[in-house]
Design a protein around this ligand. Structure first.
Ligand code: HAM
Length: 427
């Protein structure tokens, strides 16, 4: 085959028919679960102001310092959204969503962009689903958001996971911890990996995230944040763990879990899959009680999570989970001659209006090729139409699976198929 002149950018994939059905299944499960948990959908623009992301996510994070797709146009600075927590909080503030009353329980599904070095499980355009509860500082919110995340994986059949949790405390507590980390790592600076050496001054907590072998002995002995938490932070963390146990959500404490975004306070968590290889985080999240104020809004305690859909699909593949709900069409109208073809086009509308999915030949093919095409399209029924059938109003309805045929008037066919449409089969 000839090399195409134009291709997608590296790390950005087309999602083609055959693959897209899996995405639809996952999206249906997410929406259905969000409904069960009483979360409303929110959709925000793909482009945000660069300043919002820089302030919200944090200047020192990898995302802001080196992974943003950002550009200028006129006086405006645009960035392709690398995540949705800061945009959702921006939207909450901009539209005074607090005035709707109660907490705002929001979920989203959509593409995100990070100029990362593409590798397995790491894309430049990837898709997240996530959820946020805005307006609650209570540990019940932390646990319910974790339950929502876990329930989605459970419904899909991904149960071989590990939920890690930690508390990252408040910024004041963290400041002392960061100093302690610097004091711990500095004497070994020259033995650390290059990335960790760079992080030592700017963001030493991120050293704890390092996967480099040479860093591991020093990470193992590093101080843990829990020793720097005050009474309130400890109390919050303890309640979260109690509620997790009470609700039988298995978890592991990971005292070195820090996450790669700066807005977290108190609870931080990550869902790991041993089936994913080196990029093993299916999803992650936590509490971010100060983000709304940080970006100019009212004090709004909040907690949320986001998960990668590509990684979820990779886990499904590794676990042999079949997400394919076979694409099928209820009816394929097979036509003989121009008159039958015109008639079919008008009757497609009648069928579709009754919720019966229907298609026909658009290429003027022979009956034999049309029957083959109907098979390829997985048609449940075919209606065979020629001049004779039209003048008699008697058409052959063929049940493709049972290989049975019956001659019926068109109205009878519609009645019969209304009882068996794919819409019914799916629900
Ligand atoms: P995050 O950990 O940066 O958190 O991303 C969440 C998930 O998105 C990751 O666990 C991973 O599954 C997926 N992901 C991230 N980057 C990539 C990539 N380059 N390629 C493929 N998948 C990727 C957040 O984004 C926070 N906004 C989560 C949150 C919501 N915290 C509170 N609320």
């Amino acid at each position: 085959m000839a090399q195409p002149k134009y291709t997608t950018h590296v790390g950005m994939d087309d999602i083609l028919p055959g693959e897209v059905e899996k995405w639809q299944t996952v999206e249906e499960i997410i929406r259905e679960t969000a409904r069960e948990f009483n979360f409303d959908e929110i959709r925000t623009p793909i482009l945000e102001q660069t300043e919002l992301i820089a302030r919200g996510v944090g200047q020192q994070t990898d995302i802001v310092s080196k992974e943003m797709f950002a550009f200028e146009r006129g006086d405006d600075q645009y960035v392709l959204r690398p995540e949705l927590t800061a945009p959702v909080v921006r939207s909450y503030i901009e539209h005074h969503l607090d005035q709707r009353g109660g907490t705002q329980n929001l979920f989203y599904i959509g593409p995100m962009f990070r100029a990362e070095k593409p590798q397995k499980g790491r894309k430049r355009q990837f898709h997240q689903f996530g959820a946020e509860i805005l307006g609650s500082s209570e540990p019940v919110a932390d646990v319910d958001i974790i339950q929502l995340m876990m329930r989605i994986y459970e419904k899909i059949g991904i149960t071989n996971t590990e939920l890690k949790i930690n508390s990252v405390g408040t910024p004041e507590e963290r400041e002392q911890y960061v100093q302690a980390l610097r004091d711990h790592f500095r004497p070994h600076e020259s033995e650390l990996s290059e990335v960790s050496q760079r992080r030592l001054e700017k963001n030493p907590m991120r050293i704890l995230d390092s996967k480099e072998d040479e860093d591991q002995p020093f990470i193992e002995k590093a101080p843990v944040i829990i020793d720097f938490l005050g009474k309130q932070s400890m109390q919050h963390y303890k309640r979260v763990k109690e509620l997790m146990e009470h609700n039988e959500i298995p978890y592991q404490e990971d005292p070195h879990l820090v996450r790669g975004l700066d807005y977290y306070t108190h609870t931080a968590f990550e869902l790991i899959s041993p089936d994913l290889g080196s990029q093993d985080a299916l999803g992650g999240g936590g509490r971010y009680d100060l983000l709304a104020e940080e970006i100019g809004g009212p004090s709004t305690p909040a907690v949320g999570f986001a998960s990668g859909i590509e990684r979820l699909l990779m886990a499904c593949e590794a676990l042999d989970i079949d997400l394919h709900r076979e694409a099928a069409v209820d009816v394929y109208i097979v036509t003989i001659g121009q008159k039958a073809n015109d008639w079919a086009l008008s009757k497609l509308k009648v069928l579709r209006n009754k919720g019966i999915s229907a298609t026909m030949d658009y290429q003027g093919r022979s009956i034999k090729s049309q029957m083959k095409d109907a098979d390829r399209e997985n048609a449940r029924y075919t209606i065979i139409v020629g001049e004779q059938e039209l003048s008699d109003n008697a058409f052959t309805l063929r049940d493709m699976q049972a290989s049975e045929e019956e001659a019926l008037a068109f109205e009878e066919i519609v009645d019969r198929l209304s009882q068996h449409s794919t819409a019914d089969v799916k629900s």
